[in-house]
Write a protein that binds this ligand. Sequence first.
Ligand SMILES: Cc1ncc(COP(=O)(O)O)c(C=O)c1O
Length: 451
Amino acid sequence: MIDYEDALDYSSRWMDLIHKTDFPTQELAHQIIDESKNNFAEHYNRNWLEYRKSVTESGDWASVEWTGSGAVIKDVLGREFLDFLGGFGMMDLGWSHPTVVETVKAQLNRSPMPSQELLDPLRGVLAKLLASITPGDLKYSWFGASGTEANEAAMKIAKLYTGKTAFIVGVRAFHGKTMGSLSLMGKSDYRAQMGAMYGGQVYHVPFGDADAVEKQLEICDKVGVGVAAVMFEPIQGESGAIVPPDDFWPRIREATKKHKVLLIADEVQTGLGRTGKLWGVEHWNVVPDILTVAKSLGGGVMPISAVTTTEEIYQPMMYPNPFMHTTTTGGGALACSAAISAIHVTLRERLWEQAAQKGEYLITQLEKFVVQYPHIFERITGKGLLIGMHFKNPEIGYKVAAGLFKRGVLVAGTLTSAQTIRVEPPLIVTQTQIDNFIDRLQDTLQDIAKH
Ligand SMILES: Cc1ncc(COP(=O)(O)O)c(C=O)c1O
């Protein structure tokens, strides 16, 4: 039987808690911890608690997040953690950036969602802003809520424009987990059990291997398979901040032009400054035909994603049917207000330059550890503040993540392995916070080396 009364009481209790501005008492905090553990175990995903051991075991499960500011998260007990995970690239501006929060609050007071029939001005403003800050002649945008939605839209646009159906993508690529994006994903952990997903053909080639892309395009031509697009992350994120060789992007740009195939850059994680340029593809001066962005586009405050392309390629999204690809809630006014202010802050603070300078310092320090602890580290990869620490095996990676967490630093492995830990602090992280991170990592490594 549906228990209306219980649900009413429970939601009311939590609405009261949400409205409270002061920190919970220790007693209430412990109740919230128990309740959160129970809710996750009984109703959300029990194995989440098991899997995130580096976080959950080192602090007796007490790591229930409550609030954050800049590069610091506070848990419900009031303990502070340096956030060197940055929501896997969502927190370029840090937690609750005041400019974004204030803009979103103001828009919330006016109108959070569009009518769906009139013109909502912010959607147009955001599209215009993206046209002015993306490379080349990318001009038209479509908005969704998540990275995977942007990539699904990119796939549809490529199919509509070319009339072809195949895609060439990277081994170990990560483009999202809805069926289309998942088909392009290059990781068996998520794909294998799903069987055939996308109806067209998908060819996976090693990331960074321009020869392989060229060869695949030639084979497709020879056997008469029509390729709609080649799609890669500029720097692979989830697979551990893997930077391709410098000739990769320029050569695949040439090859796609030669074969009349579109080139899609998935900038969901690399976009908006993370790698030390505003866009990852700028490291190689390449202009893609389609670019997708999400994560930090919402300023760490709202979910929003975009796919941006040229006027010519966007034609079939406009004519004859402008509702060819839509979503009711994606790109609503609140989300757009967050994105407009996030772009503003990114440009005002020139965050990509900060990422380049801070990343260089951090990578130099981390490389010293690779020399100092050769039995722990394999190597360091990445650019800007998208950095991968690769360890000898997952167990060591787990020990590093857990050791850091005990010392008040949040990092995480790739989704299913601790062998590689991504370091992705907010781009606004301070020099002192970076040095604190280095000190605590040094302490952790010393501890591991001793045992
Ligand atoms: C490069 C890339 N593309 C797409 C996605 C999927 O984005 P979302 O999780 O918002 O669907 C991710 C997420 O990590 C990503 O890193």
